[in-house]
Design a protein around this ligand. Structure first.
Ligand code: BES
Ligand code: ZN
Length: 624
């Protein structure tokens, strides 16, 4: 009990970001019955929670909520009302819903919560039809990771709890509804002929952050035997082309990690305000439209989300302090898949080098070697969105890359990965369990002292860069570094020596790397930027990764003409990986600071809640 009193008041002893107590009473099944109301921008209806008591004498259940209106709680067995109290609102974690359980309840019972979400619901973005590509119908999408599910559904919003779910969602006939589940078709609404009821089922137990919903005027194209791509019709053919390789990636992932258990693997291309590159919602990965570059060069996002079907969705971090278990393993598998499909080990090592560079930039320049540079950060009193960074991805990847070499290479490490999935699938785990399994799997190596050199404490809890840099094959990185250094050293007299072919000789991945390397150098002069533009014509590039790095180069060189282009880029799409650094750069330059603030204020209404809040408070240092 001593440890518990050190945690902030009322939060779970095993998850600093949840009020729930799954050790006392746990949700084993969620059944949703909701109406999508575009007029009020709310979801309303009921959630039926099947509960199982884990201890004697438990007479209440604690749920997470955030800005939801709870109308009534009933015992499904007899329709009797159950008393409840909604705790004080906490800006990070929302409010605790404490429900008194039926006194008659044996070990299990079903509690029905009638509720309504708020129009400001942090999980949901409601778009007016004017904000969509086709402008025909309004659009709704969710983003529950890390702890937004509670704003959409009263639930035990901790990844320590996994359950199956089903849903009946009523919505206007004109829109399609999809969820992170298998589609079971639709029925006419019994009382409202303008609506249909869409039915879904997710039989594999999942964490709450993987519940997802989308509703809008969307269509699909088949892209493989178990895959469709969904988007507004304006983009669907382009999307089908861009994601053509999906089935090959799935097959390659299965070869590494075992059977794909989720049945369908569909992709949904969201509107531009979607805040992430991709989100691994089961059966239906969500992706940003910024991937539609027409050259399939950003396929790593799909490989990444596919990899989550095992690392993350089957074996899940027990709370978000152990997020690296999800993301580090997923990046590791993503790069294995990408290597197997294109470019082999040299390509895998090349992307690893890029990852190390972005880790360096994130750790040193952005996070200033602070507490969030720990692989396992302390999230007591912290909203995981505020702690989000490259660290769990790339420090996690670097650790796995280092261990892979240490135990004898891919032939030895890949079977370990598969065994890890086999051992923990269906579970939620913490880092100690991963490490214990590593030690038991490689018992002979532990005995022969192979792991003695690993500074585990520094890897897990040390701030700053990792204690060891893994060995990388840098054959593909050399041309990028060479071209970068030629530009760094170039004076005005040398500009004429550069040719368009310098760039066309590089693969898209190498172009990206070249620009990332330039960004790590001292800012260029505006004249040098001008010279680069005239040989390489970078202002015209559509690929969003390249556009992003190039814009940052220009801002740092204080090229005034780039300010409008930068503002356009952060306004026309909302992927935080692009939007936040550009806003930070614009803030750091006096000339553009006020224009960045004005741009945010002018467009805030159109933005995703999470993006707007993080840009305003963290990047532009505004009060809210
Ligand atoms: N699960 C993450 C996205 C996420 C993380 C959402 C934390 C909310 C909170 C997803 O799998 C991801 O990592 N996306 C990356 C893709 C990239 C690493 C290829 C992204 O969005 O950039
Ligand atoms: Zn991920």
């Amino acid at each position: 009990m001593a440890a518990e009193s050190e945690k902030p008041q009322g939060l779970s002893p095993t998850d600093p970001c949840s009020y729930s107590r799954p050790d006392e009473c746990v949700v084993t099944q969620i059944d949703l019955d909701l109406d999508v109301d575009f007029k009020t921008s709310t979801l309303k209806g009921q959630v039926h929670l099947t509960l199982k008591k884990k201890k004697e004498g438990i007479d209440h259940v604690l749920l997470d909520t955030r800005e939801v209106t709870v109308k009534k709680v009933t015992d499904q067995a007899n329709g009797q009302e159950l008393s409840f109290t909604l705790g004080e609102h906490d800006s990070n974690f929302g409010s605790k819903l404490d429900v008194r359980l039926p006194s008659t309840a044996e070990r299990s019972c079903v509690v029905s919560v009638e509720y309504e979400t708020s129009p400001q619901c942090s999980a949901l973005q409601w778009l007016r039809k004017e904000q969509t590509a086709g402008k025909r119908q309004p659009y709704l999408f969710s983003q529950c990771q890390a702890i937004h599910c509670r704003s959409m559904i009263p639930c035990q919003d901790t990844p320590a709890v996994k359950c199956a779910y089903s849903a009946k969602i009523s919505a206007p006939r004109e829109v399609t509804v999809l969820m992170s589940a298998l589609r079971l078709g639709s029925d006419p609404h019994p009382t409202d002929s303008s609506k249909l009821i869409h039915k879904f089922e997710q039989k594999v137990p999942i964490a709450s952050y993987l519940i997802a919903i989308v509703s809008g005027d969307i269509e699909s194209r088949d892209i493989g035997p178990r895959s469709k791509v969904w988007s507004e019709k304006e983009m669907v053919d382009m999307a089908a082309f861009e994601f053509e390789e999906t089935e090959h990636m799935l097959i390659s992932a299965e070869a590494l990690m075992g059977p794909y258990v989720w049945g369908q693997y569909d992709l949904l291309v969201l509107p531009p305000s979607f805040p992430y590159g991709g989100m691994e919602n089961p059966c239906l990965t969500f992706v940003t439209p910024t991937l539609l570059a027409g050259d399939k060069s950003l396929a790593n996002v799909v490989a990444h989300e596919i990899a989550h079907s095992w690392t993350g969705n089957l074996v899940t971090n027990s709370n978000f302090e152990h997020f690296w278990l999800n993301e580090g393993h997923t990046v590791f598998v993503e790069r294995k898949i990408a290597g197997r499909l294109h470019g082999g080990e040299p390509m895998r090592h090349f992307t690893g080098i890029g990852g190390w560079k972005s880790l360096q930039y994130g750790v040193v320049d952005v996070l200033k070697n602070g507490p969030y540079t720990k692989l396992i950060p302390d999230l007591c009193g912290v909203d995981p969105d505020d702690a989000f960074s490259v660290v769990p991805y790339e420090k996690g990847f670097a650790l796995l890359m280092y261990l892979e070499k240490l135990v004898g290479g891919p032939e030895v490490f890949e079977p370990f990965l598969r065994a890890y999935i086999e051992r923990f699938q269906g579970d939620s785990i913490v880092t100690d369990q991963w490490k214990e399994f590593l030690f038991s799997y490689f018992k002979d190596k532990v005995d022969s002292g192979v792991f003695d050199e690993v500074e585990w404490d520094k890897w897990f809890f040390g701030q700053g860069m990792p204690p060891v840099k893994p060995d990388y094959d840098n054959s593909l990185a050399v041309p990028c570094a060479d071209l970068c250094q030629r530009w760094v050293k170039a004076t005005e007299d040398d500009y004429s020596l550069f040719k368009a072919e310098d760039m066309t000789a590089l693969s898209t991945a190498q172009k990206r790397e070249f620009l990332s390397l330039l960004l790590l150098e001292e800012p260029f002069s505006a004249e040098k930027i001008q010279a680069m533009e005239s040989v390489y014509n970078l202002n015209a590039v559509k690929n969003s990764e390249i556009r992003f790095s190039w814009l940052r180069m220009c801002i740092r060189a204080q090229c005034e003409d780039c300010i409008p282009r930068a503002l356009e880029f952060v306004t026309e799409q909302g992927r935080m990986k692009f939007v936040r650094p550009i806003y930070r750069d614009l803030y750091n330059w006096e000339k553009s600071r006020q224009r960045a603030i004005d741009n945010l204020q002018a467009n805030r209404e159109q933005m995703h809640n999470t993006t707007a809040k993080l840009v305003a408070t963290k990047d532009l240092h505004l009060k809210n």
